[in-house]
Write a protein that binds this ligand. Structure first.
Ligand code: HEM
Ligand code: HEM
Length: 185
């Protein structure tokens, strides 16, 4: 007989809107919008604006959206690896500590990419080749992180049976009522 479950909220609407808007705009800026044209700049500004709000949200938002909830301390990473080895991952958790490290790296690289693009609009830096190279490097590095990020989401979903992608879409997750720790079947 399967154990009773309940639906709990993992991601609030702001985190979800932030994620999918930033993901789409990043990919558009990388592959579709003409580099340096106004739509490219505006997409970049929206990413920077949303990131600023997300950083504030990381301090004042709901529990799972807070940086303190997923900051990867060595003790948390060790505990998480132990949980993975025993196939016992808490289905109520938001970002696991390794996911948290990736989330922070993605946010920092998006900030760096956006800022290095924005700097080029200042007269003092216009046409500076080193800055253009830095912007290109930042965008490429972020893309590399994104590829690892997406792969990790699918690998972790397979390893833990927790539907991460669905949770980032609906915000909700089905978890057992009785215990917070489940064994993967
Ligand atoms: C996080 C968002 C952004 C991403 C992913 C992104 C990505 C890129 C990429 C891939 C290129 C082509 C680089 C090359 O192959 O030479 C580029 C060029 C450019 N971007 Fe961005 N960009 C972003 C934000 C911005 C912002 C906010 C601005 C300005 C307000 C900007 C201004 C430019 C300009 C002027 C170029 C052409 C010069 C260059 O090669 O650096 N970008 N961007
Ligand atoms: C299109 C394919 C993508 C999928 C399927 C995907 C999926 C996910 C999932 C499932 C999470 C939550 C992970 C967890 O539960 O710990 C997440 C978080 C995150 N992803 Fe993605 N992602 C994608 C693309 C991107 C892109 C392109 C970016 C940025 C350039 C990005 C940046 C982030 C960030 C910053 C978070 C943390 C969200 C927050 O805490 O506010 N993702 N992603």
């Amino acid at each position: 007989m399967s154990s009773p479950t309940q639906i709990i909220q993992i991601w609030d609407p702001f985190v979800r809107v932030f994620h999918w808007t930033v993901a789409i705009l990043f990919l558009l800026n990388y592959w579709v919008l003409e580099e340096g044209d106004p739509p490219h700049k505006w997409a970049g500004y929206i990413i920077l604006g949303l990131l600023s709000l997300r950083i504030i949200w990381g301090f004042i938002g709901p529990e799972r959206a807070r940086f303190t909830n997923f900051f990867p301390t060595p003790a948390r990473v060790k505990h998480h690896i132990h949980q993975l080895r025993c196939q016992q991952v808490d289905p109520c958790e938001g970002h696991n500590p390794l996911g948290g490290a990736m989330v922070i790296a993605l946010m920092l690289m998006l900030l760096f990419t956006g800022a290095s693009g924005w700097l080029q609009t200042f007269r003092e830096y216009r046409g500076e080749e080193w800055l253009e190279d830095l912007h290109e490097f930042a965008a490429n590095f972020t893309l590399m992180l994104v590829i690892i990020h997406i792969s990790a989401v699918f690998i972790m979903t397979k390893l833990t049976a927790i539907p991460l992608l669905k949770t980032m879409i609906t915000g909700k997750r089905n978890v057992p009522t009785e215990t917070t720790l489940v064994r993967k079947h």
